[in-house]
Each structure stands twice: as structure tokens, then as C-alpha cells.
Design a protein around this ligand. Structure first.
Ligand code: ZN
Length: 337
């Protein structure tokens, strides 16, 4: 059973999740599972996972995307929310949800080969799960993310993403909210929307643009070849995007991954969906005032080209060896589809 502990020294929470230890190949050298009979996400092996919470099907009735509870979950939806003092320390129950999006039936498919339809199916699945989980008023934040490749923390080859919903707002999200709120109060505009306008004006870091989204290498990229995909007009939540907007986002993702794979080869990466937290009882309602106007939904792609080391862990200051303008230059050379 998991629990959430608070670290007084750093002012951060940590999820202590012993069930994660039982994941296959956790202690082995990270290896990618290529024997299809061992892959739990193959069509025909549906019994290897808990029952699907969400399924998308093609016209022949075959599934094209499934969402299942994570067998090696970090948090559990069956827990009751509660916090208690244990001597000097504070402990919260391991309440939350941990799900896996099996993005496609195809074991070896990299994202640069996803069709526009596959991207739309995938984004619809993520949006639908966020919508559904947001009905659970005990959950404060729903994080959708993808680890691809051993260097990014993946233990299975089959294309999948994860959803981790917590009863607390993670510290990095809190920090981003404070920065975006402060900017909005002063300028009456969303910070990321102003960054996007500036990037379009400057041009040199924009690698892709369509009617609703742009993709760019951020001015102060923490990581080499980091890419942000952001809306051109304020959109706060993936779950409330219209079908047309989701299609534009799909086009942006399809193009960005094609460019990244062409420039970087077969690379490991993390993809992070930045979505706002949701209002729950034990968070002050004022905290959420105008959040849909200042918190901008976006997607961050972080290629894991090298290992983060002592300085990054010790200080949270990153050393990026690639100039973002140069990364953009390379990615721009690849033409758009
Ligand atoms: Zn597979």
C-alpha cells in the first residue's frame, strides 16, 4: 500500500510506492521487452491487464486504444483521503489513480509513424480519462505523461502513456500556477499566450505552426531539443478542447515527432501534458479564481539524450549543451506534412 510523505527539509511530498518494486525488470539493467508473447499490451493478451476503463475501436470492432488500471500502481483509488501526524512527520494516504493508456495495438510503432487518426484517438482517450477522473472530487491533479525508452524510465516497449492522479497539487505545478497568476494579475493576459506571440514574432525558435497551435524550442530550454506545443489562443484544459482543436493538436504532434525522429534518430523521451489542477474541498476556492484564464494547457517533449546528474539533482539548475535556436534550426529544416 502506498503513502504520501512530506519532506520538511525540501517542502515537497513524495509518493512511497512499494508495489512499484514488483514491476518486471525493475532491478535488471533496463531492457525493452521485444518478445511479443511476454508483452501484456498485445491484442489477444487483454487478460494480462486489469479490465479496460476506456476502449476505442475501429469499424471492425478491433480495439485501437485501451486505458487500463496500472497493475503496478503508485496510488490507489480505493484509499480514503486522510492525513495524520506521526511524531515529527506528516503522512497522507496513498489515494489517487494510476492508469495506462495503451496507445495502439502495434508493438513497435514509434510516434513519428502515428497517423492523424491515431493521434486523435490517443488525445481523445487522454481527454476522456481526465474528464472522468475530474468527477472524483478527492483528486486535485491529473497528470498525463509518457516515458519512451529505457533512458526515459520505460520498462515496456509497447507504446503506452500513463495517468497519475493525486489528492495534492504537485510542487512544480504550484510554482507554475503562482508565476502565471502573478503575470495575469499584472498584464491581464496569460503568460504562455504572450510567450507564444513573442515566439511567432521572433520566428527563430518556432518549428511548426498551424491555425490553433505552435511548436517551439523554448528560449530557456532546460534540455537539449526540448519542444513545447502550445495553443495560440488561451486554452486551459485538454479535456475541454473541441474536436477541431484536437485535430490541429494532432497535426502539430505528428509533425513535431516526424521532425524529432528525423533529426535525433530513435531517441528516448518524456512527454508531459500540462493541465491545471482541479478544485477540491481542502484547497481554498480563491486559489482557483480565474485559473482557466491564466493557466495555459501545453505539451512538453523532453528528449532524454543524456543522464541528469548531481548538479541538476542538487540544485534543480540544468546545464543544456544545445543552443535552443540551433535545435530549432535543425528541426525547421524538416518540412511539414
Ligand atoms: Zn506489445
Amino acid at each position: 500500500m502506498s503513502e504520501v510523505r512530506y519532506c520538511k527539509l525540501r517542502g515537497e511530498k513524495v509518493i512511497i510506492a512499494p508495489e512499484r518494486l514488483h514491476r518486471p525488470s525493475y532491478f535488471d539493467k533496463p531492457k525493452q521487452e521485444d518478445d511479443l508473447t511476454l508483452c501484456p499490451f498485445e491484442p489477444g493478451s487483454e487478460k494480462a491487464t486489469p479490465d479496460a476503463i476506456y476502449t476505442a475501436q475501429d469499424k471492425n470492432g478491433n480495439w485501437t486504444c485501451r486505458v487500463v488500471p496500472n497493475l503496478y500502481k503508485a496510488l490507489s483509488i480505493e484509499e480514503h483521503f486522510g492525513s495524520k501526524r506521526i511524531g515529527f512527520n506528516t503522512q497522507e494516504s496513498g489515494l489517487g489513480a494510476h492508469e495506462v493508456i495503451i496507445e495502439t495495438p502495434q508493438h513497435d510503432l514509434n510516434m513519428d509513424h502515428y497517423t492523424l487518426e491515431q493521434w486523435q484517438t490517443y488525445l481523445k482517450a487522454a481527454a476522456s480519462r481526465i474528464k472522468d477522473l475530474s468527477h472524483d472530487i478527492r483528486l486535485a491533479h491529473i497528470q498525463v505523461f509518457k516515458n519512451h525508452g529505457a533512458a526515459a524510465g520505460a520498462t515496456l516497449r509497447h507504446p503506452h502513456s500513463q495517468i497519475l492522479a493525486t489528492a495534492f497539487i504537485p510542487p512544480m505545478i504550484e510554482r507554475e500556477i503562482e508565476l502565471q497568476r502573478a503575470y495575469f494579475q499584472k498584464e491581464k493576459r496569460a503568460l504562455l499566450i504572450d510567450i507564444v506571440s513573442e515566439e511567432i514574432r521572433e520566428e527563430k525558435r518556432v518549428i511548426y505552426e498551424n491555425s490553433a497551435f505552435i511548436a517551439f524550442t523554448p528560449y530557456a530550454s532546460l534540455h537539449a531539443f526540448e519542444v513545447i506545443i502550445a495553443p495560440k489562443e488561451q486554452k486551459s484544459n485538454l479535456a475541454s478542447l473541441h474536436t477541431d482543436t484536437l485535430k490541429e493538436l494532432s497535426k502539430a504532434l505528428q509533425n513535431v515527432y516526424k521532425k524529432l525522429y528525423t533529426v535525433l534518430g530513435n531517441f528516448d523521451f518524456n512527454m508531459i501534458f500540462k493541465n491545471p489542477p482541479q478544485q477540491i474541498e481542502h484547497v481554498n476556492p480563491n486559489y482557483f479564481y480565474q485559473m482557466d484564464q491564466f493557466f495555459t494547457f501545453h505539451i512538453q517533449i523532453i528528449p532524454r539524450l543524456y543522464t541528469l546528474a548531481g548538479y541538476e539533482f542538487g540544485t534543480n539548475v540544468h546545464i543544456n549543451p544545445v543552443l535552443p535556436e540551433m535545435a530549432a534550426e535543425k528541426l525547421k529544416e524538416e518540412k511539414n506534412g
